[in-house]
Ligand binder design. Sequence first.
Ligand code: C5P
Length: 235
Amino acid sequence: MNNKPIIALDFPSDKDVFQFLQHFNEPLFVKIGMELYMQEGPDIVRKVKEQGHDIFLDLKLHDIPNTVKSAMKGLARLGVDLVNVHAAGGKQMMEGALEGLEAGTAAGNQRAALIAVTQLTSTTEEQMQAEQKINLSLQDSVLHYAQLTKQAGLNGVVCSVHEARAIADICGEDFLRVTPGIRMLGGDTHDQKRIATPDGARQDGSSLIVVGRAITGAADPVAAYKEVCELWEEK
Ligand code: C5P
């Protein structure tokens, strides 16, 4: 797994995906999420993989431990590089996910890294307290989920940039902090509430950034990707 900015392929069909990918003539790290996977099924993963790209399969599994374990076994066979679950599913569920992933990885192949979503980057503290009835600050809820994820043996978490440094301090530098909610200065924030620029993310402790609309919605996606890479790599 490389540490290039991960491009979120939030497109409705494979036609749109390949139209987008044809502009790039280098291997990328891309994210396939629910929108695309629900439309195209596992074939989209195989086809994108065939083009030589690393894949973060962002399906955010959240179900009973046995179901998640079996589902992960299936996803492992697709040869993805990074997958995730919701930490809110609990420690036992996360352990099941890891077992499934290990069981489904072919001998001699590297197991996909497994991370957990803490709180979605579209969630505000007020929302979390009112709707999830979690009587903590958002930061403390995220840190709690990160520690639970670490105890379950996973490789890291999805979190906002604003929690990345504190998570590294508590869970260690090797524990991945994958951060969406990335925007360029002056860019549209859309529905994201806790955002940062690529260089801000680097400085604040992200290990990997996920960038969607700032690249896919740009007039020149290749130029936008280049700009994101430069800021991300600059330090
Ligand atoms: O377009 P944008 O850069 O906001 O896309 C962010 C991507 O990251 C989307 O695919 C979204 O589903 C995903 N994501 C997120 N927040 C999380 C986990 C994943 O925004 N906590």
